[in-house]
Design a protein around this ligand. Structure first.
Ligand SMILES: [Zn+2]
Length: 304
């Protein structure tokens, strides 16, 4: 009997152990799988994240430097990019905050090349203002009045096409020359356009439209694309010229200054005052900008 019972109970025991062992094994495997999944998720998220490379970074409520800052991000913060607009990324921080940050918070490989007007940041500069009247017509109309009218019309048209527009002034006020390119640099404008009306030493001795640039490397293509459009305005298109103006010189962004006719030429001033000429001039700027960004898109696809 003993001989029979012995092996049977041993057999029974070993079956029990096998069962126990396989249950433990399953639990252990499940645990390993869970830990591995979490680990892989973390690793893949880590590699999908980007790192803030500037000293002082903020999370903004909107894709706009003037919108509310909702959090401060220390250098080296890891964030996940969800989408982009203009020079901005919509992101999620490691601790779950959502918001917008500008692309210049990252190293250069993350900086957005804008290849369409609808994604462009444009700074518009109405020449003169406030105590600085600019040049005068023979009837003493002031240049500053017309530069603002043109800039406002241009701003409306650009905004209708989706562009992000910043104005150096939106009313009759004095703005220093230094502050104008500063705005362009601060918002990383894709184009800075300053509008003026020319004046000759003697009235009624000059006429026509001139496009000025300062940096050939930065701004010649913009000047070229805009100026190419100005040939059916009804005033002589005097083409492109180098202009040593502070608003261009201090600009680190593509920048042009447009002289849309001579205010002290009675012929030009009659045009400048007319809504027909203003409409044509602002439409030409839009067309020129469209061509400029299209050319940039072509350059991009060639280098890729
Ligand atoms: Zn002027």
């Amino acid at each position: 009997m003993e001989n029979n019972l012995g092996p049977r109970s041993r057999k029974h025991q070993s079956k029990k152990t096998t069962l126990k062992w396989s249950t433990r094994h399953t639990v252990l495997l499940a645990l390993v799988a869970i830990i591995l999944t979490i680990f892989l998720f973390r690793v893949s998220r880590y590699f999908k994240q980007d790192v803030i490379s500037v000293n002082q970074a903020y999370l903004y409520q909107k894709s706009d430097l003037d919108s509310q800052k909702t959090a401060s991000l220390p250098q080296g913060s890891r964030i996940t990019i969800l989408s982009s607009r203009y020079h901005w990324y919509y992101i999620k921080t490691d601790d779950g905050h959502l918001g917008w940050i500008p692309d210049w918070y990252f190293s250069t490989d993350k900086q957005i090349t804008v290849t369409s007007l609808k994604n462009a940041t444009i700074v518009l500069d109405a020449g003169h203002g406030g105590r600085d009247s600019g040049a005068l017509s023979s009837g003493e109309a002031e240049e500053k009045t017309y530069t603002l009218i043109y800039i406002k019309e241009l701003a409306r048209k650009l905004q209708a096409r989706g562009a992000k527009v910043y104005l150096t002034r939106n009313k009759d006020e004095y703005i220093s020359l230094a502050a104008r390119p500063q705005l362009s640099n601060r918002v990383h404008a894709d184009a800075f356009i300053s509008i003026h009306f020319d004046s000759s030493p003697d009235a009624n001795t000059a006429s026509g439209v001139t496009t000025y640039y300062y940096s050939k490397k930065l701004s010649y293509s913009l000047a070229y694309n805009l100026s190419s459009q100005f040939s059916s305005l009804g005033l002589d298109n005097k083409g492109i010229d180098f202009g040593n103006f502070q608003v261009l010189r201090d600009n680190q962004r593509p920048a042009v200054l447009l002289e849309f006719g001579y205010i002290n030429s009675d012929n030009d001033f009659a045009m400048i005052k007319s809504s027909k000429y203003r409409n044509a001039a602002t439409n030409d700027i839009i067309k020129g900008l469209n061509n400029y960004f299209t050319a940039k898109a072509d350059d991009e696809s060639e280098t890729k």
